[in-house]
Write a protein that binds this ligand. Structure first.
Ligand SMILES: [Fe+2]
Length: 261
């Protein structure tokens, strides 16, 4: 299992020093739409996963061709081992909403997103993974979220990027058991995980991507790596960087927990 962090500029010097705990990287596609120079350096040291925020696979409107072309340009420059996006939409006919919104889990959306996933994979010629997001509303659907992901993976021949922090946050805010949720996923489809500490205000949990990984999240991580064969585990820290010590502590924990797999 590769151990990765999300590439952020404050981490550049540390990443370029090739710390032995770090064995892969994730880069955010949109950060490199205008300039891919850094990717040619990073790809020399690490296998890279290119993670998109704006393909908006769940939109009413089609994938924007310019966004898809930029996404492919980044994947090519990084020589991406994997590409990933969210089970979400960010654009409507009228506006770019600028954040990830949940998709109703019905058959119509399943077919639409399945076809778009196939198109993205054909266009980029790399394996695609889709990630579960956090949501503050509960949307009714014909399928459960896990069932929807299973069907998508089966029909489009993609994999699931299980964001453990997003799942934990949803499980607390919407009161369900995260372990039961994972057991509904077919383990053969789960190939990557995201992890980062959560934050809490009052009774609500949030994904601010700004702290070390808490113990409840490690419990889920340990369960997942024994339930499925994970190719790459990624720490997705955006705030309070560089935080090298915390990242190294978390990478070490990841290594210890996965040592006997
Ligand atoms: Fe994530």
């Amino acid at each position: 299992m590769f151990r990765a962090v999300g590439y952020r500029r404050p981490l550049k010097a540390w990443i370029e020093s090739n710390p032995s705990l770090l064995t892969a990287l994730e880069v955010t596609a949109e950060h490199f739409f205008d300039n891919q120079d850094t990717l040619y350096e990073l790809r020399e040291g690490y296998p890279i996963s290119v993670h998109g925020l704006g393909l908006s696979l769940g939109s009413e409107v089609a994938i924007a061709q310019d966004v898809l072309e930029n996404f492919r340009k980044v994947a090519d420059a990084a020589n991406a081992e994997w590409i990933s996006e969210h089970l979400a939409f960010t654009r409507t006919k009228e506006a770019d909403l600028g954040h990830l919104n949940p998709v109703i889990s019905n058959r119509r959306n399943l077919e639409k997103i399945r076809d778009r996933c196939r198109h993205v994979m054909d266009f980029c010629q790399r394996p695609l993974l889709l990630e579960n997001i956090t949501t503050h509303i509960n949307l009714p659907g014909e399928l459960g979220e896990a069932e929807f992901l299973n069907e998508l993976c089966e029909q489009a021949q993609i994999s699931t990027l299980l964001d453990i922090t997003n799942l934990f946050i949803n499980s607390r805010n919407h009161r369900f058991d995260p372990f039961d949720w994972i057991r509904q996923l077919n383990p053969k489809h789960i190939k990557q995980v995201h992890l980062v500490g959560y934050s809490k205000q009052g009774n609500k949990f949030f994904d601010n991507h700004g702290s070390a990984i808490q113990s409840e999240l490690w419990d889920i991580f340990e369960f997942v790596i024994n339930y499925a064969t994970i190719d790459c585990a990624i720490i997705e820290r955006d705030l309070n960087l560089p935080a090298i010590e915390e990242l190294e502590t978390d990478l070490k924990k990841m290594k210890t927990l996965s040592a006997n797999l």
